[in-house]
Design a protein around this ligand. Structure first.
Ligand code: SAM
Ligand code: SF4
Length: 500
């Protein structure tokens, strides 16, 4: 089919309009700007009351979030930062979940001004992975120790939903012997970052067994959206994107992920956009976003905007916005990626981040590619952290944190409103703690370098000690604790992929 013909059939008008209320979407530019304007000088007591509300694991309103965004007092920022970490600990404990991105194709029909994949960028070497290449990339990622992938696609008829389904199936089919222990391993959860789709196409993704479906709005500010996404392109349709995750919910994908590309417009406004989006999902479907991502604009080939945008966010403001998101939305996961350099990543992790990637390569076929220069020609943007998974796990262990590869949640039905309910009541974090330890044990035995293993053993010992001291695990004569220890011992002896 001709590309132009394909484009005409992507957006289904009825599926684009059905969610509007009185013809309007849920992002009211004027209301968000007014909230920012009216909350510019918050007093200390108001801020402390808002922090206390977040610490009770209650989502904040737009006005409350706007107040936090305007804090100038360093002492209050210190309190906000401490609260961000405390909230993360309450909901998710001290674990960081790891994943690797798998870029499948850089063919794209859109022309987003910030992205190296945009159609008019002639510097980009175009490539789409064959199924065989997807399998090879998966082997490489598995050999590094990953269990979770986020698969990323440009928008193009050649990488349509059928291609996505085929590539996802290919990933799930790969099995490898772990390099240290020789135990059989495979990818246990595939998440997807791809353009908005129709409900019918999203059902196909659901059937392929995806975990989370991610669509970043990029900017909630409509005028900026129009400027950076040419209106005649598919991505130029603001509402088709804004309601992508509504359609996903209808298609049965109840783990959905939101995000903003920080640097396109005023970061304070964008944080309010995220809060409004989360509230809308919660109100409509009874379940908010599973994760929130905070990609920050980084240099991309052929994109002046990526280096010259007047809204580029500096490190100080970036830390502020992460902390405020953690307070405003206490229960979704919070993702920081390899776009960020190690120093800033380290600090962000202390502000309540729950997930990150490692051993990341984003060129198409880059994991297998022997020639790094040629892989770089097919990248979407430049990355700031190319450290291996083992290096980052070692660093986290030094910070007293545990890496998790847990994928239990969606495999035992803890998704959507079930998982959100558990997160709100700080129960899911408890299971996560157990599953983090179990998957960490697997990592240490299957992949860890001797240094990481030595340090990791201490972390595990500490974690098991903490588990033993928590009433939640010890009630009913230690039923949960005993089950956990049985699994732990069994993993030590060589069993794999058992979880609570
Ligand atoms: N084509 C799909 C779409 O647009 O939804 C897939 C997304 S794209 C491959 C993944 C994300 O990368 C985008 O949603 C955007 O937020 C981010 N991105 C694009 N250009 C970027 C840049 N220069 N720096 C950092 N992130 C960027
Ligand atoms: Fe294409 Fe997505 Fe890049 Fe836009 S952000 S050019 S839609 S790959």
């Amino acid at each position: 089919m001709l590309v132009k013909e394909w484009i005409k059939n992507v957006i289904i008008p009825e599926e684009n309009e059905r969610y509007l209320q009185n013809g309007k979407d849920f992002i009211d530019d004027d209301a968000l700007h007014t909230a920012l304007h009216n909350n510019q000088k918050p007093d200390k007591e108001a801020i402390r009351a808002i922090i206390a509300k977040s610490l009770r694991i209650e989502a904040l309103s737009i006005d409350e979030t706007a107040k936090l965004l305007h804090v100038t007092d360093p002492e209050l920022w210190q309190e906000i930062n401490e609260a961000a970490l405390a909230i993360k600990h309450k909901v998710y404990d001290n674990r960081i979940v790891f994943f690797a991105p798998l870029y499948c194709s850089n063919l794209c029909v859109n022309n987003c001004a910030y992205c190296g994949f945009r159609e008019e960028n002639t510097d980009e070497k175009r490539r789409i992975l064959t199924i065989d290449e997807v399998i090879k990339e998966t082997r490489y990622v598995l050999d590094n120790g990953h269990k979770r992938l986020i698969m990323v696609y440009g928008e193009h008829p050649k990488s349509d939903v059928n291609y996505m389904v085929d590539t996802i199936k290919a990933v799930y089919s790969v099995e490898r012997d772990a390099p240290v222990s020789g135990r059989l391993t495979s990818i246990r959860r595939v998440n997807v970052n791809a353009a908005p789709m129709s409900i019918g196409d999203l059902r196909k993704l659901k059937e392929a067994g995806i975990g989370t479906y991610q669509v970043f709005q990029e900017t909630y500010h409509k005028e900026t959206y129009r400027t950076v996404h040419p209106p005649h392109t598919l991505k130029g349709n603001y509402n088709w994107r804004l309601y992508a995750l509504h359609r996903a919910q209808e298609a049965g994908i109840d783990d959905v992920a939101i995000g903003v590309l920080f640097g396109l417009y005023d970061w304070r406004y964008e944080v309010l956009g995220l809060v409004a989006h989360a509230a809308e999902l919660e109100n409509r479907f009874g379940v908010g976003p599973h994760t929130v991502s905070v990609p920050r604009l980084t240099p991309a080939s052929g994109s002046l905007l990526s280096t010259k945008s007047e809204y580029l966010v500096n490190d100080e403001d970036f830390k502020k916005l992460v902390a405020v998101i953690r307070l405003a939305l206490p229960y979704p996961g919070l993702i920081i990626t390899a776009r960020e350099k190690p120093d800033i990543k380290r600090e962000i992790i202390k502000l309540g981040c729950t997930q990150t990637d490692a051993s990341t390569k984003i060129g198409i076929g880059a994991y297998q590619e022997c020639n790094p220069e040629s892989a770089a020609e097919s990248e979407q943007f430049t990355i700031g952290d190319s450290r291996s998974l083992d290096e980052i796990i070692y660093e986290l262990a030094q910070m007293g944190m545990i890496a998790s590869f847990c994928t239990a949640g969606y495999r035992c039905g803890r998704t959507g409103d079930t998982i959100m309910g558990m997160l709100k009541h700080c129960v899911e974090g408890k299971y996560c703690k157990l599953n983090a330890v179990l998957t960490y044990r697997e990592y240490l035995d299957d992949y860890a370098s001797p240094e990481t293993k030595a340090l990791g053993e201490k972390i595990i010992e500490q974690e098991i000690g903490e588990i033993k001291n928590q009433e939640f695990f010890m009630k009913n004569k230690g039923k949960i604790f005993n089950e956990f220890m049985k699994n732990y011992e069994s993993i030590k002896k060589g069993s794999r992929d058992i979880y609570i």
